[in-house]
Write a protein that binds this ligand. Sequence first.
Ligand code: DQA
Length: 140
Amino acid sequence: MKILVINGVNLNLTGRREKHVYGGESLAEINGELSAFARSEGHEADFFQSNLEGEICTAVQNAEGVYDGIVLNAGAYSHYSYAIRDAIASVSVPVVEVHMSNVFAREGFRHTSVLTEVCKGEILGFGKQSYFLALESFWR
Ligand code: DQA
């Protein structure tokens, strides 16, 4: 399978911001491990990160017919982006929503995701492991 891993706003700072929440590994390091993991299981993962809402929508749109699935950590956009939600609803590619932190153990505004309803599923609270679990959910 070919899976696209999309990271949204501020996830480029992973490893540098709020290390007690998101860990000390950079996004590039995590993506490298995800890529190796996918390959070791006979699959392929590509990666995209943007701080811009519209670019994330475009990446979701362009995944149609190219990818078998999307792993999406939209960051704070998860909590209020109807545009990303509509992009997900517009494609037939299944999307698994990811959060590294347990958003339900944090501030109230993080308890709502406007994306979950149009996603295949959601994995949260396992740190970088959330991405691995989301990835393998497509082929296990
Ligand atoms: C996050 C949780 C969001 O609430 C936050 O805005 C992020 C990261 C996570 O991975 O835990 O940027 O999506």
